[in-house]
Design a protein around this ligand. Structure first.
Ligand SMILES: C[S@@+](CC[C@H](N)C(=O)[O-])C[C@H]1O[C@@H](n2cnc3c(N)ncnc32)[C@H](O)[C@@H]1O
Ligand code: SF4
Length: 453
C-alpha cells in the first residue's frame, strides 16, 4: 500500500512499484518543492530514504513532468537497492522509443536520459538500433493507416487478455458484425487522404469463413484500390486454408502473420492453443507459396518452458526465414485465464531467453524495427519486432511511434488523430460485440467529426 501526500504522483509511483511486483508492500511517501528543489522522502521496510533534486522552471507542464520523473526515480532507487535493478530502470511507459525520439527532437541525446533512468546499456543500445532500422518509415511520417478489428478466435488461449471469446459463443454475431464493418469501411474513404497501410487484426481474422473474409476484402478494395502495405494477422495455424490464402492474394494482401507462439507441442497444449507445430509448418508453407511477406509471433515465458525450449522455437522460426519475427515476453493482464497466477511472471531464465533471441536473430541478419512494453510483463522486459532485408512493417512502426493518424474500425478499435504539438485525440469503439453493433452509426458520425468532416 502507498501512502503519499501527493495524489497526482500516485499513478507514476505505482507504475514503478508494480514493475518490481511490490504492490502488496507498504510505502510512505512525502513530496515537497521549495527553493528550486524537489524533495522525495520514502519510508519502506522501516528504513528512510531522502532524495533531493535541483530543478527550476516557470513552465507548469515541465514542472509536473519533472516532479513525476524525480518521484519515480526515488522509488526506483529504493526498490532497486532492495531487489536489484530492472532492464528498463525506472522507465515504465509502453513506448521507450517514442521517449527517445522526443529527446532527439530537443537536440539531446536520449542516452543521457536513459542513463538517468537506470536503463541498462543493452536496452539503450536496442533503442538505438530500432531507431536506425525505422529511418525509412519514420522519414515518411504522416497520412493514415487503416485498422480493421476481427475480435473472433477459434478458442481462447490461456495467456491472452485480448477481448475475444471462442467463436462458438460469438458466431451468431458474425454476419451482423461484418455488415457493420462494411459500413464503417465505406465511411472512412474520404477521411483517408494518404493511405500508408491496412492491417486486418485480431483476434484471428482467418477464423472467418472465406465468404465473410471476401466481403471484408471487397469493401476494403472498393474504398481503397491502391494499398502499399496490406497485412492480415491471419493468426492461428489451425484456421489456415489454401482457399483463404488464395483469396487474400487475389485481393492484394501483401503480409500475413502465421503465429506459432511456440514450436513445442507440449507447450501449445499447456496454453490451450489448439494446434500443433506441424500445423504451423504446413500453414507457413502454403502462405510462402503465395508469395506473402510473413511474420511469425513467438512468446518467451510460456508454460514451463526453459531457455532450451525457447531457443528451439527461435531456431525453428529462423530456419523458415520469414521476413519478420516478433518476440514477445509473457505479460499477464486482467482477462487472461492465467492472470491469477502472477507468480508465473518471475520466470526463471526469461532475461536469458530474450537476450538469446536477440543474439540469434542478429546473427541471422535480422534487425529490431519496433518495440513496446506492457504492464505485468515477465522480467520487466519488452516485445520486439525483427525484420530481414529492411522489410519492416510500416503499420507497426506508425502505430508504435504515433507518427500517423490511425483510422480504426470494428469493436475495441481506437482511432487516433494527431494534432500540432504532439496532441493526440482518440475515439474508442465499444469492446463487446453487441454494443458495437448497436452503436456503429454513432461511431461513424463521431469518427468523421474527429477527422474534421
Ligand atoms: C492480439 S494477438 C493476435 C494473434 C492471433 N490471434 C494469434 O494468436 O495467432 C497478437 C500477438 O500478441 C501476443 N500475445 C498475446 N497475448 C500475450 C501475452 N499474454 N503475453 C505476451 N504476448 C502475448 C501473441 O504473440 C499474439 O500472436
Ligand atoms: S492469442 Fe490469438 S488466438 Fe489466442 S485468444 Fe488471443 S487473440 Fe485469440
Amino acid at each position: 500500500m502507498l501512502n503519499t501526500n501527493s495524489e497526482y504522483l500516485r499513478p507514476e509511483i505505482m507504475d514503478v512499484i508494480r514493475a518490481f511486483g511490490a504492490e502488496d508492500e507498504n510505502f510512505t511517501h512525502y513530496y515537497s518543492y521549495s527553493c528550486g528543489k524537489f524533495f522525495n522522502a520514502v519510508e519502506y521496510k522501516d528504513k528512510f530514504y531522502d532524495f533531493e533534486n535541483e530543478f527550476g522552471t516557470d513552465d507548469e507542464t515541465v514542472f509536473k513532468r519533472m516532479a513525476k520523473r524525480f518521484a519515480k526515480l526515488a522509488f526506483y532507487k529504493v526498490l532497486a537497492g532492495e531487489r536489484g535493478t530492472l532492464p528498463w530502470g525506472a522507465l515504465t511507459g509502453i513506448r521507450p522509443t517514442k521517449l527517445a525520439y522526443a529527446e532527439l527532437a530537443e537536440n539531446r541525446g536520449f542516452k543521457d536520459m536513459f542513463t538517468e533512468f537506470g536503463v541498462s546499456a543493452e536496452k539503450t543500445a536496442l533503442v538505438g538500433r530500432v531507431i536506425e532500422t525505422q529511418k525509412p518509415v519514420y522519414g515518411n511520417a504522416g497520412g493514415q493507416d487503416l485498422f480493421i478489428s476481427i475480435p473472433f478466435c477459434p478458442t481462447k488461449c490461456d495467456y491472452c487478455s485480448f477481448i475475444t471469446a471462442p467463436v462458438s459463443a460469438t458466431r451468431k454475431y458474425i454476419d451482423e458484425y461484418i455488415g457493420c464493418l462494411i459500413r464503417e469501411i465505406a465511411s472512412v474513404k474520404d477521411i483517408i487522404t494518404k493511405l500508408n497501410s491496412v492491417y486486418i487484426g485480431g483476434g484471428t481474422p482467418f477464423v472467418l469463413d472465406a465468404d465473410a473474409l471476401e466481403m471484408v476484402y471487397s469493401a476494403v478494395g472498393k474504398a481503397f484500390p491502391e494499398i502499399p502495405e496490406y497485412t492480415v494477422e491471419a493468426g492461428r495455424p489451425d484456421v489456415f486454408t489454401e482457399e483463404k490464402l488464395k483469396l487474400s492474394k487475389d485481393f492484394g494482401v501483401t503480409r500475413i502473420c502465421v503465429n506459432p507462439q511456440s514450436f513445442n507441442d507440449q507447450t501449445l497444449k499447456a496454453i490451450g492453443r489448439a494446434h500443433t507445430s506441424g500445423q504451423t509448418l504446413t500453414a507457413y508453407e502454403i502462405a510462402r507459396k503465395y508469395g506473402f511477406d510473413i511474420n511469425i509471433d513467438l512468446i518467451a515465458g510460456l508454460a514451463e518452458e526453459r531457455v532450451c525450449d525457447f531457443e528451439y522455437s527461435v531456431k525453428t522460426a529462423l530456419s523458415l526465414s520469414p521476413e519478420n519475427i516478433t518476440v514477445h515476453t509473457l505479460s499477464l493482464k486482467a482477462g487472461a485465464k492465467l492472470k491469477e497466477n502472477t507468480a508465473r511472471l518471475n520466470i526463471a531464465g526469461i532475461g536469458e531467453m530474450v537476450a538469446l533471441s536477440d543474439k540469434l536473430l542478429t546473427n541471422a541478419g535480422y534487425s529490431p524495427y519496433y518495440l513496446y512494453r506492457q504492464k505485468y510483463q515477465a522480467g520487466g522486459l519488452e516485445n520486439v519486432g525483427w525484420c530481414k532485408d529492411g522489410k519492416a512493417c510500416a503499420y507497426n512502426i506508425n502505430v508504435m511511434e504515433e507518427i500517423t493518424d490511425n483510422v480504426a474500425v470494428g469493436a475495441n478499435a481506437i482511432s487516433k488523430r494527431l494534432f500540432e504539438g504532439d496532441r493526440i485525440e482518440r475515439l474508442a469503439s465499444p469492446k463487446d460485440i453487441p454494443s458495437y453493433i448497436n452503436k456503429t452509426d454513432k461511431i461513424i458520425v463521431e469518427r468523421r467529426r474527429l477527422f474534421g468532416l
